[in-house]
Ligand binder design. Structure first.
Ligand SMILES: *Cc1c(COP(=O)(O)O)cnc(C)c1O
Length: 367
């Protein structure tokens, strides 16, 4: 059983498919092949690329296995997965809670597209989620919240949602299924961007929804079919190819994040550091309870914007980039994107470089 294996074994197994004599080990992308209709008209599989294709199904079965879900659906981006899910769940007259301190485009979508349709939007920070859920029909939580890295108590939030019949959706982008499995903690659906640590090479955009409630999954699949926010078959194949090394990559990213958190914590150039895996972090008690690994992101406040820029300039290994989760260590000064943070606030995304090299490089750059 997969339960007995470690995560690197599980990621490798998630992308191992039964061999068929004469077929390639890893299927090449199915893009515009001729879809031969089956004479059996009750079998609508693969009649057209927006319905489904074999590469999607392989990726979806791998993602479902990693999330501990009955099923998964791929999307053309994380936002496509999130907005499709919200279109299905949030009906006119209903109340939707979205993270105030999470991924900013989600708030924009809620304000610009859902609110005008008569959906009441409540914005709540990670620490306010459980209280806000008391008045909600649908709750979208993000934990650890990007970029501040506060953690939401998913078990408690799940109980609040269940007690009032609200649907709980959790954005699992930052933690990945190797860091936490929200469905096992009480979420009804997981939404995520596979653009970040899961695919990990900063070379594609993809998203997915995972869940075990067949009605919810069928409704999301229906929206994908009708609205069409699909993942290209080539990207689906690339995610699948990348997934096999996700266990190794994520392990190193988490190790590097922890080492950097420990180094920066007492550093004179740093005002504060947030990492849910540091035992004195305010999020640690909940994070230690619900997370298996604490992730590759680090939130740091330096003195000023100039201090962050100087670090990038002097470092040989840290690059300035706004996405995260890739194999290269990067830093993003979030105030430039309008996040409500100070000018010196930066989010590190740890790559897979050797830990000692990275720490020495950043120490040197800060000197
Ligand atoms: C990047 C991100 C998204 C959006 O994903 P895309 O693949 O860029 O559309 C959603 N949620 C979180 C937490 C993210 O970091």
């Amino acid at each position: 059983m997969d339960g007995q294996y470690g995560d690197s074994t599980r990621t490798v197994r998630a992308v191992s498919f039964p061999a068929e004599p004469g077929s390639p080990v890893a299927p090449s992308p199915v893009t515009a092949s001729t879809y031969h209709l089956s004479p059996d008209e009750s079998e609508p599989l693969d009649v057209y690329g927006r319905y489904s294709n074999p590469t999607w199904r392989q990726l979806e079965s791998a993602l479902a296995a990693l999330e501990g879900a009955a099923a998964a659906l791929t999307f053309g981006s994380g936002m496509a997965a999130i907005t499709s899910t919200l279109r299905v769940l949030a009906k006119p007259g209903s109340t939707l809670v979205v993270p105030a301190d999470g991924y900013y485009q989600v708030r924009r979508y809620a304000a610009e597209y859902l609110a005008p349709q008569g959906i009441k939007i409540i914005q709540a920070r990670a620490s306010e989620m459980c209280e806000a859920a008391g008045a909600a029909d649908v709750v979208l939580a993000e934990t650890p919240a990007n970029p501040g890295l506060d953690v939401v108590d998913l078990h408690r939030l799940g109980l609040v949602c269940r007690s009032r019949g609200a649907t709980l959706v959790v954005d699992n982008t930052a933690a990945t299924p190797l860091g936490q499995q929200p469905l096992s903690l009480g979420a009804d659906l997981v939404v995520a961007s596979a653009t970040k640590a899961l695919s990990g090479h900063s070379d594609l955009i993809a998203g997915y929804v995972a869940g075990s409630n067949p009605d919810l999954m069928a409704a999301v699949e229906r929206d994908r079919l009708l609205a069409g926010p699909i993942l290209g078959a080539f990207e689906a194949w690339l995610v699948l190819r990348s997934l096999g090394s996700a266990g190794l990559r994520f392990e190193r990213q988490c190790q590097n994040a922890r080492a950097l958190a420990v180094m920066l914590r007492g550093h004179p150039a740093v005002r504060w550091v947030r990492y849910p895996g540091l035992p004195d972090d305010p999020s640690y008690p909940v994070a230690a309870d619900q997370m298996k690994r604490f992730g590759g992101l680090l939130a740091v406040e330096f003195e000023s914007a100039a201090a962050v820029n100087a670090l990038v300039e002097r470092s040989e290994l840290v690059i300035a980039a706004t996405s995260f989760g890739g194999i290269h260590t990067s830093i993003d000064r979030r105030a430039r994107w309008g996040d409500e943070v100070s000018d010196g606030f930066a989010r590190f995304s740890l790559g897979i470089e050797d830990t000692d090299d990275l720490i020495a490089d950043i120490e040197r750059a800060l000197r």
